[in-house]
Design a protein around this ligand. Structure first.
Ligand code: UGY
Ligand code: MN
Length: 259
């Protein structure tokens, strides 16, 4: 069947380089996630491209369900569409219903299963090998994005940053939602040791990645490697919004040792 997203004539906005990738929906291709049942998955970002985490989109059919992450990996799930049931706890005795806009962070070694409670439940899934430190272990965190208060980014009220996870040391990943009013822009070109995985949730704008400027819009995925110069300006008539991952709270030499 024809896919309305596919571009004729071999054109795409997608671009993959050694320090960033822009992956637009017309180029997304399914690949199985071992152990997941009745699930269609696309792995957008992975160590295969040089990243230290994975970012996937998973669509679950009615009754579709998850498999456990790799040993030692932590998992963040954000529900994009539909609803899922999350069972967790030692004997899966705890259950939470998550619908669009709700999320959960699962520390490593948290027994759990995610089951579709509506057909076509679509999830953004991020996984990272957890890097232990001399601190308490991270806890399961569940929430609703719209209930998380936004903060003006560097004092600019047109840029609202919502921090979905606790920021203290047990947590080695940040998951944030950044909302820009049209015309709002990052105050500086950022160049930093942390890497990013990003999903455009709404709106459009121009992303500077390295030395390239790309038009981007809802549905696009971006990987930014450590030190990739990055900058964004929102365009169009509605606010631009993206969900993004960042590795935090660990000394870079720890990552080196783990390789
Ligand atoms: O958290 C961040 O580093 C964020 N300001 N980066 C970005 O939006 N590209
Ligand atoms: Mn950044």
């Amino acid at each position: 069947m024809d896919n309305p997203l596919h571009q004729p004539m071999g054109y795409t906005r997608s671009r993959t380089t050694s320090h960033y990738a822009l992956l637009t929906p017309d180029t997304h291709v399914e690949a199985t996630l071992p152990g997941w049942v009745d699930a269609q998955a696309m792995t957008h970002i992975s160590p295969e491209m040089g990243a230290r985490f994975t970012q996937c989109t998973v669509t679950l059919a009615d009754g579709g369900r998850s498999a456990a992450p790799a040993a030692g990996a932590s998992r963040f799930v954000y529900v994009l569409e539909g609803a899922v049931n999350l069972q967790h706890g030692k004997s899966a005795e705890l259950a939470t219903e998550l619908s669009a806009g709700q999320y959960v962070y699962l520390p490593p070694r948290t027994p759990h299963q995610i089951t579709a409670s509506s057909s076509g439940a679509r999830l953004a899934l991020f996984e990272k090998n957890y890097q232990p430190v001399q601190a308490d272990s991270p806890k399961l965190v569940a929430g609703t994005a719209e209930d998380v208060p936004g903060e003006a980014f560097q004092g600019d009220a047109d840029l609202q940053l919502q921090t979905l996870l606790p920021t203290d040391e047990p947590y080695d990943m940040a998951m944030n939602i950044f909302t820009y009013q049209p015309g709002g822009r990052l105050p500086q070109v950022e160049v930093h040791v942390m890497e990013h995985g990003l999903l455009m949730l709404q709106g459009e704008g121009i992303y500077r990645l390295g030395d390239d400027w790309h038009p981007v819009q809802a549905g696009d995925i971006i990987w930014m490697a450590s030190y990739c110069p990055q900058w964004f300006v929102a365009m169009g008539k509605e606010p631009a919004k993206y969900l993004y991952y960042k590795d935090v709270n660990r000394a870079p030499l720890i990552q080196c040792k783990l390789k």
